[in-house]
Design a protein around this ligand. Sequence first.
Ligand code: FE2
Ligand code: FE2
Length: 397
Amino acid sequence: MKTLAYLSSYKTLKNDFYEEIEKQKANIEDYAFQYDICIDRFFTESFESNDTSKPVLINIIHDYYDSVKTIIAQNPNSISRNSDFRYWILDELKRIGIDIIFLENTGEPVANKNILQKTTEIKSKIKEIPSLPHVVTKVMEVVQDDNSSAFTLSKIIAGDLGLTSKVLKIVNSAVYGFEKQITSIRQAIVVLGFTTIRGIVLSAGIFKIFSPQKNTIFDYEDFWRHCMLTAMASKHLLRLIDSPTHHDIFSIAFLHDLGKIILAQYDYDNYLNVYPQIQEQDDYRVKFRIEEEACGINHCEIAYSVLNSWNLPSVFPEVCLYHHTPQLSKDYEFACTLVYISDTIVNYVVKGKLLDTKPFEEDTLSRFNITQENLEDLYTYTTEQVEKVKDITGFFN
Ligand SMILES: [Fe+2]
Ligand SMILES: [Fe+2]
């Protein structure tokens, strides 16, 4: 899918017009360079165009609607200074699935420096985020090693008392629903298996890094409940379609929205300003745009960078990056699709909406053997799980 750039100026003198077009082009090229975006073509609106006649833009919409993913433009005014016409164009783009990125939100010239500055700030923020506790990385390694035993794993976890009690707390919570109390890590490994324990240790480590902060409007409990429900739903969906792959889907899905908590803790000024606005939105493209305008990066991209820096297996960062757009994932489309479907259904259930299967493409569902009955089953299952994740506060202490 292509990325195009759209250039347009309202200058009435030809020289000024072309000077501004050149400036916009340079800004967009800088932006594309910073974010490693390949621009397939630059389109320039004609000198004669006015606020309600944008022939080049209309042609792009008509001719490229099925081959373009993104259009980059300098600012909303370059679409039109007439708000009715602008909203019509933006709605049209949204309807046909083209994202639009504005380098700046107003008609002010040259945001170039700010963008460069933002990128550097983001990089320094990523550096500030703590690394995964050593014991967690060790557990991840041991589980990946085919020759390791339950004994080695339990020894590593038992060496960290805080982690041991947290793991036992999670294992004994309603989420896993064991009737008998599990009292040792050894027993937990036997009952739940290596991969599940790895997921639990990872979750416990993450809970520790991102423990709730006081005086913030970010709703930690709601956030972790969403993660937990999406993880449970993804695991259930995997079971329904009886797939032999991705046994660790629970922990992969658990981390899918980690970027939100990263932004809430490491870019709080910018993120919390727009947090209520993001919460109101259902469309991920609008959420992305708000996040990018406020923080210079969206929750998927920042999680991707951080999880890569933690050296987690590549499926973890990839699912974070593509859980809203699974079709873009080259190597993990299946895992991304499982999490995408579960995330969407969890949102329906929590918001009290009925099941709507329209967002899921028929072709994708059939490629992964997911039936309409599976989706209905998943919706019912998720509804039944909501109660179980109510006590999530216990996981933090
Ligand atoms: Fe998300
Ligand atoms: Fe989510």
